[in-house]
Design a protein around this ligand. Structure first.
Ligand SMILES: Nc1ncnc2c1ncn2[C@@H]1O[C@H](COP(=O)(O)OP(=O)(O)OP(=O)(O)O)[C@@H](O)[C@H]1O
Ligand SMILES: [Mg+2]
Length: 308
């Protein structure tokens, strides 16, 4: 079931300058997020990511198109009780302690006092902020603020969570803890919508991603689909002997990557098996064959670079 579905969604801002120039922040953007997945939205600065999140949360309004959340039109705002949100660069009242802030936001979200107490204890422990609960927020570091923000987004046990740069300012151990937490949330059936510039992290946890550029969708799919290099296989062999080198280069047009590694583009399974037969006939010991992979970052840079 899709938890979020947009159809030809557009957003036009009108500049406040004298020229009243129009800015198309989203342009016919159609996509879906499925229940129980971690979905990543990627794109360069100004691509329209925050605009999209704000429309999905009902903070700003679309100019054109349709949005459904939990199968209902977004104009029916009841879905908001089942969502959590960690904004980018959030500001909590600095005179509150961590636990007071969670109680404040929990009550704003309609929670009763018993649940507020229970969830405050539970989430402060999960985000590793228990020992700071009675300290005023003004003394928190950036990473601590982020951890508290994450606890705040989860307080009302939402089915759908929007996280805008959740690991910004968090140290490597904290980032790993947050990734593990997000994976556990997914296992418990929650849907997570994530906006992050840390592509190596997105690659580790997102099931699917959409790439936005200048308000339009440029690619979407599983991380696996987006990072695999079409038809190319990476071979590891015990050694590339002299009698292998020439045929690999000339007949098979392989690309040598190291003393015992090369890549080969096979158009069909027959071609792939042909090379394996050849290697075995030459008594080469095949250690590993895998589909060649790009990093998400490389793929992103190539894609956005080619558009600009
Ligand atoms: N309130 C506004 N009024 C006018 N233009 C706006 C407004 N908010 C955003 N924009 C413009 O809309 C476009 C998309 O902005 P948005 O903030 O959604 O990008 P983003 O993908 O979140 O970027 P970043 O990665 O820098 O956070 C930009 O050109 C921006 O200048
Ligand atoms: Mg943004």
């Amino acid at each position: 079931m899709s938890v979020i579905a947009t159809k030809e969604l557009s957003k036009e801002y009108q500049s406040r300058t004298f020229s009243k120039e129009k800015i198309l922040a989203l342009n016919n953007f159609t996509f879906e997020v499925n229940e129980g997945e971690i979905f990543g939205i990627l794109g360069p600065n100004g691509a329209g990511k925050t605009t999209l999140i704000k429309i999905l949360l009902g903070i700003t309004f679309r100019t054109k198109g349709n949005v459904q959340i939990f199968g209902k039109e977004i104009d029916d705002t009841s879905y908001k009780f089942q969502t959590g949100y960690l904004p980018e660069n959030h500001r909590f009242p600095s005179y509150l302690t961590g636990e007071q802030a969670l109680a404040f936001y929990g009550k704003l979200g309609g929670m009763n006092s018993v649940d507020v107490k229970k969830k405050t204890d539970e989430y402060l422990r999960i985000v590793d902020m228990d020992s700071w609960r009675k300290t005023k927020i003004k003394k928190y570091s950036k990473g601590m603020l982020q951890r508290l923000g994450l606890a705040q987004a989860l307080m009302n046990d939402p089915k759908l969570v929007f996280l805008d740069e959740p690991t910004d300012g968090v140290d490597p151990i904290g980032r790993k803890q947050i990734r593990d937490l997000l994976t556990r949330l997914r296992e418990s059936g929650k849907t997570i919508f994530l906006n992050s510039h840390l592509l190596s992290e997105v690659e580790l946890i997102c099931d699917r991603v959409a790439i936005l550029n200048k308000g339009g969708l440029v690619a979407s799919g599983s991380v696996e689909e987006l990072t695999s290099v079409a038809d190319s296989y990476r071979f590891s062999v015990s050694a590339i002997a002299d009698d292998l080198m020439q045929p690999l280069l000339n007949t098979y047009k392989a690309v040598i990557k190291g003393p015992n590694e090369f890549t080969y583009k096979a158009g069909t399974a027959e071609e792939l098996n042909g090379l394996i037969d050849f290697l075995r006939q030459k008594k080469a010991m095949i250690l590993q064959i895998e589909k060649e992979k790009n990093t998400l970052e490389n793929m992103f840079i190539n894609l956005i670079g080619s558009q600009d």
